[in-house]
Each structure stands twice: as structure tokens, then as C-alpha cells.
Design a protein around this ligand. Structure first.
Ligand code: GEK
Length: 242
């Protein structure tokens, strides 16, 4: 599959805010790899979490699946039998490409895709749920109910893998991490214009919380164990076990 280069914001644009439309779907693999530190490492480890936690006769969920990278990563790690992976996204453009993407790569687990809102998607019999950089796009007041719905649909011993962009209480730390992230993007070929246009378009669309906000909420929902297992600047991945 040919990977298209993301140059969507290389020229001045009057687009006000970011959305997961057809143009974004077309360049998405390049965009996320050049924009999110740790993305590849998270996918590699998603397979390892799947191997460890997914048991026979259960379901796995990839919520906000985009082109299905996390579904394919889960599939490559699953050793249990009779497992189904369910991918959900509310962008029709993403899902259309996701179908082609999933078909183009070898996978031994059944992957079903649904167009829908993850806020009220039914979760059942789950041993693994992945929210890979998706919760950050959900309106803040809805985040707890979404995580509670996931928790309710998980089997005891199942794992939630939650990756997010975060912010920091200290303004100095916050600025340092933003600067380091922008340096990462520059090193990956993005120009100052691309970085600043993307930043203002994501304002109010991607709303980050602190690590403490995340861990406190996971605890209050009832998860028995939770840890941040990876951090690169202001990008983290956590696991939470029911
Ligand atoms: C990966 N997980 O490559 N319901 C369903 N989908 C949604 C919703 C919603 N309410 N809000 C946003 N999305 C992927 C990467 S991208 C992350 C996830 C990023 C979808 C949205 O359409 C997009 O496809 C995805 O969540 C977020 O492992 O672009 O930074």
C-alpha cells in the first residue's frame, strides 16, 4: 500500500477546525506517524498486551479505529481462539479506507467494522479495549460515562489500553513538552506553518487532560490496576486492568 505524504497544511488555509474527513483519511498513516511520538512503539506493544490479556471466546474493541492499525496490531498478538475484534469509528471516510487497509494485511482474527459513535457503542465480553488517541476527541463531560460503559463490558482480568496527548499542571513543563513535540515534528519534515496551522485547528477539538486526571478517573471507575507504561513528551500510554 503506497503511503501518501501529509502536506494538507503546507499552504495557508482558511479551514477553521480539524475534522477526520476524506483528505485526512488519505494521508492518515503518514500524518499520525510524523505527528505522534511513540505511535509505532504503542502499536508494537499493543500486540504484546493482546498476547498477555486476550483469552478464548472473548471480544476485543478498537474504539476510534481510523484505518485499523490497532486492530491489526491486536490481531498479530492474539494467541487465544474464537476471538473477535470490533473496530468502531464515526468518520465514514476513515472507515471506508479502514476496510481496504484491513483486507490488504494478513490477520488471523475476525475483524468487524462499524460506523458509529463510541460514546454509546455496546461493549460486551471484552478482554481488551483499545482507545488509541481517541478519548481526547470526546467532549470532556462524556469521558467518564464512556469509560464506565467500557468497564461494564469488560471481563474481570481484561485490559484497557488508553493512549492520549496530555497536559501538565506546571506551565513551564507544559511549554517545554509542547516545544519538544514541535521539535519532533520539525525533525519529521513539518514546516513552521504546518505546525502552527495544525495547532490552531486542533484547539477545542483535541482537549488534553493531565496524567493525574486520567489515573484518578480510572481509579474512581473501579479498575484494580492502572499504570502509565510509556511516555514521550506530552504523549502517553496507560493500561488499566479490571
Ligand atoms: C490508531 N486509534 O491508528 N466516535 C467514534 N470515533 C471517533 C469519535 C467518536 N465520538 N471521535 C473521534 N473518533 C487510531 C488513531 S485517531 C487519533 C485514532 C488522531 C475517531 C476519529 O474519526 C479518528 O479516526 C479517531 O477517532 C482518532 O491506532 O488522529 O490523533
Amino acid at each position: 500500500m503506497i503511503k501518501k505524504i501529509d502536506n494538507l497544511y503546507a499552504q495557508a488555509t482558511d479551514k477553521q477546525s480539524f475534522s477526520f474527513d476524506g483528505q485526512v483519511a488519505q494521508v492518515f498513516p503518514d500524518m499520525i506517524q510524523r505527528s505522534v511520538p511513540g505511535y509505532n512503539q504503542i502499536l508494537q506493544n499493543t500486540a504484546k498486551f493482546a498476547e498477555h490479556f486476550v483469552t478464548d471466546n472473548s471480544n476485543c474493541y478498537d474504539l476510534g479505529c481510523s484505518l485499523g492499525a490497532s486492530s491489526l496490531a491486536m490481531s498479530s498478538g492474539i494467541t487465544a481462539s474464537n476471538v473477535k475484534i470490533i473496530g468502531v469509528d464515526n468518520s465514514a471516510a476513515m472507515l471506508e479506507r479502514c476496510h481496504h487497509h484491513i483486507d490488504a494485511f494478513k490477520h488471523s482474527t475476525t475483524i468487524e467494522l462499524y460506523e458509529g459513535d463510541i460514546v454509546d457503542f455496546p461493549i460486551e465480553n471484552a478482554t481488551m479495549v483499545v482507545l488509541n488517541f481517541t478519548l481526547q476527541f470526546i467532549a470532556q463531560p462524556q469521558r467518564k460515562a464512556l469509560l464506565e460503559n467500557i468497564y461494564k463490558g469488560m471481563k474481570p482480568g481484561g485490559v484497557l489500553l488508553l493512549s492520549e496527548k496530555i497536559c501538565f499542571d506546571s506551565a513551564l513543563d507544559n511549554q517545554l513538552m509542547i516545544d519538544l513535540h514541535h521539535q519532533f515534528k520539525r525533525e519529521n519534515g513539518y514546516s513552521e506553518l504546518e505546525i502552527s496551522q495544525k495547532r490552531s485547528m486542533l484547539e477545542n477539538v483535541l482537549v488534553p487532560e493531565t496524567l493525574d486526571d486520567h489515573l484518578t478517573r480510572l481509579k474512581s471507575i473501579g479498575f484494580s490496576r492502572y499504570q502509565c507504561w510509556l511516555q514521550q513528551y506530552n504523549f502517553i500510554s496507560m493500561y488499566a486492568v479490571k
